[in-house]
Write a protein that binds this ligand. Structure first.
Ligand code: PGA
Length: 248
């Protein structure tokens, strides 16, 4: 079953989320795709309530890298779990760039998420400059190794890797199928080398970056990819329902 994760980013008030979920639910067939909605923190509780018994999972978009109380304005893994979320996005490029989140911080966040029984959607991806200077593989390997440092192999069951080239996010640009297949192979090889062949084969890897109604079918057919992380195209419930329909 393909995994589809919606990243709402900093979009939707609670009343907009309510309207969205009410539109999505009648169109959603349980058991066809594994769907996760990553909503803003402010909407976690209401979303949990509205999604009850729907088979749709809930996620947050960030987690604090500390779990003591001395982090004004931050949200801990304990709080996220307590709101009813089971997933959290870590290492999104918007946070790496804007909030200067480096590998060490991302690694701390992953460990705290796992401690709180949250599944981690770990985003990795190269910038356009890195792609143009043929550094993609090197960058992905470094990002993965920093993020997964000190983890046990069995913990990878709760890690989903989302390959999101920075140049593809919100730009309408996407990698070529061949390019993408090769990059996913590289990611699996890093996991194989650092953990085991079984881990490299088993780990879930998603593609993200300008996935839309037109191209979702193409990405879906790529063997090796377990699903998609969708930003902009997930924001309209009708459009997103149609994407989910195409994917299954
Ligand atoms: P996009 O965003 O689908 O709008 O490109 C994806 C993401 O940032 O996770």
């Amino acid at each position: 079953m393909k995994k589809i994760i919606a990243n709402f980013k900093m979009n939707k008030t609670n009343s907009e989320i309510k309207e969205y979920i009410m539109k999505l639910l009648p169109k959603f067939e349980q058991g066809k795709v594994d769907l996760v909605l990553c909503v803003p923190f402010t909407a976690l509780t209401i979303s949990k309530f509205l999604l009850a018994d729907s088979g749709i999972n809930l996620g947050a978009q960030n987690i604090c890298d500390e779990d003591d109380g001395k982090s004004t304005g931050e949200i801990s893994g304990t709080m996220i779990k307590n709101c009813g979320a089971d997933y959290v996005i870590v290492g999104h490029s918007e946070r790496r760039v804007k909030f200067k989140e480096n590998g060490r911080i991302i690694n701390k966040k992953i460990k705290l998420a796992l401690k709180n029984r949250l599944k981690v959607v770990l985003c990795i991806g190269e910038s356009l400059a890195e792609k143009n200077t043929l550094k993609t593989n090197e960058v992905l390997k470094a990002q993965l190794e920093e993020a997964l440092k000190g983890l046990y192999e069995n913990e990878l069951d709760n890690i989903i890797i989302a390959y999101e080239p920075v140049w593809a996010i919100g730009t309408g640009k996407t990698p070529l199928v061949k390019e993408l297949e090769n990059t996913i192979k590289v990611i699996r090889k890093v996991v194989t080398d650092d953990f085991s062949p079984k881990a490299g084969e088993k780990i879930e890897i998603l593609y993200g970056g300008s996935v839309d109604l037109k191209n979702c079918g193409t990405f879906c057919k790529i063997k090796n990819i377990n699903g998609m992380l969708i930003g902009g195209a997930s924001l309209d419930a009708d459009n997103f329902s149609q994407i989910i329909k195409n994917i299954k």
